[in-house]
Ligand binder design. Structure first.
Ligand SMILES: [Zn+2]
Length: 214
């Protein structure tokens, strides 16, 4: 495995070693990365699929503070703008890192794996189940509340949630440790992510049917 280097140059203002590509946490200098930092570089976390959520949250708070407009209130308009832009980058990176599916999607693409429009298939065996589930949902949709078809949705949602956990586990196994660039595991991970996207869509749909007062 080739670890992707997240080594950063020292802080140009104070020379301290940097953890985040956005801000020096020693002297508070706002940095101007030459290229947009990855979510992992933004947080100063090693690129990997498993994520220590508590650690990520701690980093988010520390970096949010360092970039907070109050700290830069007396700075030039350019610096204030930089703090704002960096805060937006930080929040966007957090949205990717904190979400198991989005983090996996990002890693697959970063490692040269297929995007979702390049690999549309779902894992073998999944499609047959999809057809079954779609049928059950269509029946429930046209059935009255309280009907057996509607009642069947609760156990169906249970099955889908169990399936979701399995697919997420599959993604984890494909991405831990991180595969080589372009490795076949990335295509497999994409297929599992496709299944996850389908499951999330259907689970959301089931939630709506449940709440439907008809
Ligand atoms: Zn510094």
């Amino acid at each position: 495995m080739t670890p992707v280097s997240t080594a950063l140059e020292p802080c140009p203002a104070c020379g301290a070693a940097l953890r985040s590509a956005l801000v020096c946490e020693s002297c508070g200098a706002l940095l101007e990365p030459r290229t947009p930092p990855t979510p992992f570089e933004t947080f100063g976390l090693e690129m990997s699929y498993p994520l220590d959520a508590a650690r990520e949250q701690k980093r988010l708070l520390a970096l949010s503070r360092a970039l907070h407009p109050d700290f830069h209130a007396t700075a030039s308009a350019v610096r204030r703008q930089r703090a704002e832009d960096s805060t937006a980058l930080l929040n966007a990176a957090h949205a990717v890192l904190a979400d198991d599916v989005r983090r996996a999607d990002w890693l697959v693409r970063a490692l040269g794996g297929p995007r979702e429009d390049e690999e549309r298939t779902m894992p073998a065996g999944f499609l047959q189940e999809v057809l079954e589930w779609n049928e059950a949902i269509a029946e429930a949709r046209s059935a009255a509340p309280g009907s057996p078809e509607r009642a069947a949705l609760a156990p169906l949602a249970e099955r889908l949630r169990a399936e979701r956990a399995r697919e997420l586990q599959d993604v984890r196994e494909r991405l831990e440790p991180l595969p080589e660039r372009g490795a076949p595991a990335l295509r497999k991970a994409r297929q599992a992510l496709n299944a996850l996207r389908y499951l999330d869509r259907v689970l959301a749909e089931l939630g709506e049917l449940d709440l439907d007062p008809r």
